[in-house]
Write a protein that binds this ligand. Structure first.
Ligand SMILES: O=C(O)CC1=CCC(=O)O1
Length: 270
């Protein structure tokens, strides 16, 4: 297990060094999850890339810090972690709030971001009303009270029917996150708006959406892609908000194809 202290917050991370010349891909998780969501993706990509996953503060085995958070807090964690592992640059892949963190990292340190993979995310996610309502419910009744509803956003009806054990595991991952970490991160999503900043992105960018994502639906993800110069947009078939868990093979194939075509590492048919 790997832990480090970044600015007073303990971060749980997993750094797999792929060897000389292997580009680094960094993975930032979504609200209510931790880096276990990347397992199958990382196991595949590790043949050709160095990989770095971490649990966002307030999630998994990382520390709480001082909630509520801002996206800048999460960005500072990732920025510090990259310095800690000695990464000079990386391809940054972020899911949902992790995508907001990836956009925020590019905004303050573009020189360390070689490319962006923005999954089931947007320049702005939700409204103050919806986030405040969720925070109030979770404070009053706990994460368990919203967990079944959130599972409908995260995964398709087919996944619910065909993978009940994996669904139960993902529900447990959500329900066991610390309430303050969860609500603190809800606040960071509520307050983030990268609408102007994404227009200044100047690295290869792939935007990905699950075709049945109930949280950041394809038209929203596409609207972000339209704001980013040269960005590409891809749909993952048969996936909700977390395609890296629901459709890992398709997800990896899209990433590999993009990175190989942009000559950023690996090869498409690996
Ligand atoms: O739980 C959700 O609604 C999905 C989500 C929104 C932001 C994020 O990171 O996950």
């Amino acid at each position: 297990m790997q832990f480090t202290d970044i600015g007073g917050v303990t971060l749980h991370y997993e750094y797999r060094e792929g060897g000389p010349g292997k580009p680094l891909i960094v993975f930032a998780n979504s609200l209510g999850t931790d880096f276990r969501i990347w397992r199958e993706v990382v196991d595949d990509l590790a043949a050709d890339f160095s990989t770095l996953c971490y649990d966002m503060r307030g999630h998994g085995l990382s520390g709480l810090g001082a909630p509520p958070y801002t996206i800048a807090d999460h960005v500072a964690d990732l920025s510090g972690l990259l310095d800690f592992v000695g990464a000079r640059d990386g391809i940054v892949c972020g899911l949902s709030v992790g995508g907001l963190v990836a956009q925020g990292l590019y905004a303050i340190r573009p020189e360390i971001v070689r490319a962006l993979i923005l999954c089931d995310t947007a320049h702005k996610i939700g409204t103050a009303e919806t986030w405040n309502a969720r925070v109030d419910t979770v404070r009053r009744s706990g994460i368990d009270a919203i967990a079944d509803g959130v599972m409908k956003l995260w995964f398709t009806p087919s996944f619910h029917a065909e993978k009940p054990a994996l669904l139960a595991g993902c529900r447990a991952m959500l329900a066991r996150q610390p309430v303050e970490g969860y609500t603190g991160t809800c606040a960071s999503v509520r307050d983030a708006d990268h609408t102007e900043a994404v227009g200044r992105i100047n690295v290869p960018t792939l935007c990905i959406a699950g075709d049945q994502d109930g949280s950041t639906p394809p038209p929203l993800v596409r609207s972000m892609a339209d704001l980013i110069p040269g960005a590409e947009f891809e749909i993952i078939e048969g996936a909700g908000h977390i395609p890296c868990v629901e459709q890992p093979v398709q997800f990896v194939a899209r990433i590999r194809e993009f990175l190989a075509r942009k000559q950023l590492g690996g090869h498409a048919d690996a």
